[in-house]
Design a protein. Sequence first.
Length: 84
Amino acid sequence: MNFILYLISINFVAFFLCYFDKKKAIHHQWRIAESTLLIISFMGGCFGMMFGMYLFHHKTRKIKFKLVYICCIIWIFFFLLENT
C-alpha cells in the first residue's frame, strides 16, 4: 500500500515538473535540468512524466527520455510482481 501511495505521489510530481518546464521553455526562462527530470522518472514517476510529455508536447523527441521510461516501467512491473 505504501508503494502505491509513493507511486501516485511521485507521478504527480513528475507531471507537474513537466508542466512547469514546458511553461518555462515557452517563456525562455530558467529550466528544470534534464537530469532532474530523468531522476524523478527513474524513481517511479515515469507514468506522470510520459503523460505530461505527450499532453504538453514536451521532450517527445528526446530518445533518452523514452528509454528511461521504458526501463522504469519494466522496473515497476517486476517490483510489483515480486511483492504480490
